[in-house]
Design a protein around this ligand. Sequence first.
Ligand SMILES: Nc1nc2c(ncn2[C@@H]2O[C@H](COP(=O)(O)OP(=O)(O)OP(=O)(O)O)[C@@H](O)[C@H]2O)c(=O)[nH]1
Ligand SMILES: [Zn+2]
Length: 288
Amino acid sequence: MLKGRITKALSGFYYVEAEGAIYETRARGLFRKTKESPLVGDIVTFQVENEDEGYIGEIHERKNALMRPPIANIDQVLIAMSMKSPEFSYYLLDRFLAYAEAHDIEPVIVITKTDLLEDDASLDEIASVYKPIYDIHFTDRDQINEDLQEIFRDKISVLAGQSGVGKSTLLNTLVPDLELNTAEISNALNRGKHTTRHVELVEIGGGLIADTPGFSTIEFTELDKYNLKFCFPDFNSFSEACKFRECQHINEPKCGVKQAVAEGELAASRYDSYLAIYQEIENRKARY
Ligand SMILES: Nc1nc2c(ncn2[C@@H]2O[C@H](COP(=O)(O)OP(=O)(O)OP(=O)(O)O)[C@@H](O)[C@H]2O)c(=O)[nH]1
Ligand SMILES: [Zn+2]
């Protein structure tokens, strides 16, 4: 038996990297019973059949998993948001962040196209909202922060962001030796709906990145509205002042979160995003 990581899934085969070699493996019937299927990113134990084939016997516990794109054990999601074309949106960024939180994935915010701005006022505002909570970086095509250089090392990353925010540009600027693979990666990033579902982890800057379009639109189909507040970590310290322990920070009196917004201690944009997503989850529930 060997232990390794699935780096690619294609047509019922799982390609597992173990001890410096790649094994083409299949999953045994065992998983059909439990309805559990292996995902790219999974750590698995497999039975070696010959020098490059095997059968997966066990999927090790995942720290997290996404279904679209189908990847497990993600260390971070790079959420790319441009300042212009497309226009920056607090709400959209908050959706991505809440989605990452809901899936236990560490978000890293990358704000792109800062060169298209006339002044830095909006950047300062964005920094003031997110710096206390998240890792946030500001970039433009010609200038990538030093602190982003090592961002991929020893991690499994996924990219997220709307079309056109500069995801492929960012990757190519960050990892110039990716040059050879540029066409490949941007193809992969652009592929979206057209080709069959094939996910692969590719090497980038000493780590691995999923060569999928990442996620560009998101739905909160699995999240319970009562759990949404836990996806806004900046609410935590203020919710200690809520009168009711189960406070949803909506209609309840003596709510510490609403008070913090009123006093300007918590960004109104964050609270508005929370309300909008909460409403969306509630409406979805009502439909069924
Ligand atoms: N001015 C400016 N333009 C940029 C910057 N980054 C990317 N662009 C331009 O924005 C456009 C879209 O960039 P891409 O890197 O293709 O964006 P993407 O997010 O990969 O887009 P999809 O492949 O559709 O998901 C291109 O014309 C880029 O040249 C930037 O920092 N500043
Ligand atoms: Zn409250």
